[in-house]
Design a protein around this ligand. Structure first.
Ligand code: SAM
Length: 332
């Protein structure tokens, strides 16, 4: 069985860290390094056709540059100095769509390794307050390094189970925006996805941080998650999402996963929205994004999906929820 050609075509996406630099300066830097800048893309076909030392500005996200998939920038000075973040395009959607105004108070419930936290800080222009949580001590340490390198200030990072964070603590009384990006099966990750199909040999093992985006990687023994594992993950995801909705000043929330499974995506959103009655609603964002949520309940098309074949990204799911009734009461 051959490896799907579409899965190997995910380009190398480069998010410009606007806390440290700007798009024009990064473009100039790469031009000086011998790359040719082709301007702003108008179609995914242009992204697909990229080759050699050429790059584009993304057609959807304003601070995202796109390079051919083989491009390895891990040793590039702009990366090691935190001026650019190597982040898949789909993974840039959650913070972009949460879109908190500068000065807002924001929670990143499952933050490590901190890519979306640093993106949130850039959107906030380091004005306001981010409360970032992660339960895993090692990953919190990595996050700390990433945030420092990215020039993030005004972020309180805590090693804490988000489910134990008290929404009534006065500290969080001004939190209007929450990003929930919980642990998931990771089935949208191209590298993992390919294993479950097949491999031809000569593939890299995971954890190799220099593995370029879109490269086929093999995880020995890794298989599709069992029904029990999916059920356990979905239970956790529902608890985290519901807990986030109980913060009293919450206005807008983004729920995202890098999973392709309906159980972890549309089903979680539907079930939690049902539990909360009419307190929150799904918001239709990004109408120009063609890949939408599976139509498994009315309004599910408001959600976004992403995949190598349709959006030239890793597999991803994003839902944007907004408060529609003040004084929403948590489900009993
Ligand atoms: N948002 C991150 C980013 O963009 O860099 C990726 C988050 S990753 C998908 C999920 C994270 O959730 C993991 O780092 C994991 O340690 C963390 N996590 C799992 N259970 C948690 C909990 N109960 N409270 C807080 N974090 C948790």
């Amino acid at each position: 069985q051959a490896v799907s050609p579409t899965a190997t075509q995910v380009p190398r996406y480069v998010r410009v860290n606007t806390l440290k630099t700007c798009v024009d300066d990064v473009i100039d830097f790469f031009k000086r390094q011998g790359y040719s800048y082709l301007g702003k893309a108008v179609s995914l076909e242009e992204l697909k056709a990229l080759s050699g030392k050429k790059f584009l500005l993304d057609l959807h996200l304003p601070e995202l540059l796109v390079f051919p998939s083989q491009t390895d920038l891990h040793d590039n000075l702009l990366y090691t100095s935190g001026h650019i973040i190597l982040q898949d395009k789909a993974s840039c959607l959650p913070a972009f769509l949460l879109d908190p105004a500068a000065g807002s108070h924001v929670i990143d419930a499952c933050a490590a390794p901190g890519n979306k936290t640093s993106h949130l800080a850039a959107i906030l222009k380091n004005k306001g307050q981010i409360f970032a949580f992660d339960v895993d001590p090692k990953r919190v340490a990595t996050t700390n390094t990433l945030l420092t390198r990215a020039g993030v200030t005004g972020c309180q990072l805590a090693q804490q189970d988000f489910l134990t964070v008290d929404p009534r603590d006065p500290k969080y009384s001004r939190v209007t925006h929450i990003l929930v990006d919980p642990s998931c099966s990771g089935s949208g990750n191209v590298r993992l996805q390919l294993l479950t199909w097949s491999w031809a040999g000569g593939l890299q093992t995971p954890g190799d941080s220099s593995c370029p985006a879109g490269m086929v990687t093999r995880v020995p023994g890794e298989e599709a998650p069992s029904a029990e594992r999916l059920q356990a993950l979905a239970g956790f995801q529902r608890r985290v999402l519901s807990h986030a909705l109980s913060f009293p000043a919450l206005q807008r929330l983004v729920y995202s996963t890098c999973s392709l499974h309906q159980e972890e995506n549309e089903d979680v959103v539907q079930s939690v929205l049902q539990d909360w009655g009419s307190a929150f609603r799904l918001v239709t964002t990004f109408p120009s994004w063609s890949c939408r949520g599976l139509a498994v309940f009315p309004g599910a098309e408001s959600c976004l999906r992403a995949s190598p074949a349709e959006t030239l990204t890793h597999g991803f799911f994003v839902a944007v929820l907004e408060l529609c009734r003040e004084g929403a009461a948590a489900p009993s």
